[in-house]
Design a binder for this molecule. Structure first.
Ligand code: ADP
Ligand code: MG
Length: 233
């Protein structure tokens, strides 16, 4: 994205002159305090929002100029873990995860196998038939994670994916995201959790009042942080 501005209203910028390039296969943390613009940046990449100014290119296509009818094919390439989950309340846990594969025309047996394996890995194997509202916040979050990852998307956008989880579960989720990354998925994780950021040596993008103030390459660690993270890594 090049010199991107987002304004939700006439006076205030949610993003201001943000320029960055994320290469295929990269893993980046997007950090910054609440209201800094993290969710706005992810919504831009998903095509849920158009920039007020600047250029935005995703998978070689300009989102700025794209017709609305071209957005659904782009979105099928993107797994999104929304901050507020956006689960289908009338459908079961299984259906919520299966839906992306069904839309993609994956055969039924294969859908069952993949959904079942992933939900089991996320500790939800015994809740396949439940409705989202019957689950805790952390369980709903894991369903949202499964839905985003089950189709092995080329791009994963995760908005505070560990926000409602205890530390042990948060590590489990990061392991699953790391597996997707290892299989080639480009990953952006928005988080304001410092322990998460310090634990992994990924590129780090920091937003402050809508401006990109730090773009730290992967592996740029101070030794004290490395030592602090070592026992749990
Ligand atoms: N739909 C919206 N309408 C108006 N303002 C919004 C909307 N969404 C976000 N904002 C504002 O844009 C700024 C950035 O918000 P957001 O991207 O949600 O930040 P973060 O995810 O880092 O907490 C905040 O000042 C927020 O109040
Ligand atoms: Mg947010």
């Amino acid at each position: 994205m090049y010199h991107v501005d987002v304004r939700y209203d006439a006076t205030r910028h949610a993003l201001r002159d943000v320029s960055l390039v994320l290469d295929r296969g990269e893993f980046a943390f997007l950090t910054g305090s609440s209201g800094a613009g993290k969710t706005t940046l992810l919504r831009l990449l998903f095509g849920a929002l158009r920039p007020s100014a600047g250029q935005l290119i995703v998978s070689g296509r300009s989102i700025t100029r794209m017709a609305s009818r071209d957005l659904p094919p782009l979105r099928r390439q993107i797994g999104v873990i929304f901050q507020d989950f956006k689960l289908l309340q009338a459908r079961s846990v299984f259906d919520n995860v299966a839906v992306t594969l069904e839309i993609a025309g994956v055969p039924r047996r294969e859908v069952r196998r993949r959904v079942w394996n992933l939900l089991k890995r996320l500790g939800l194997g015994h809740k396949l038939d439940r409705r989202p509202l019957e689950l805790s916040g952390g369980e709903q979050q894991r369903v949202a994670i499964a839905r985003a990852l089950v189709s092995d998307p080329p791009l994963l956008l995760a908005d505070e994916p560990t926000g409602n989880l205890d530390p042990e579960m948060a590590i489990g989720i990061m392991d699953i995201i790391a597996d997707a990354h290892a299989r080639g998925t480009t990953v952006i994780v928005a988080t304001h959790d410092p322990t998460l950021i310090e634990r992994y040596p990924h590129r780090r993008l920091v937003l402050e009042h809508g401006r990109l103030v730090v773009d730290r390459p992967p592996g740029a660690y101070s030794s004290s942080i490395r030592q602090a993270a070592a026992p749990v890594a």
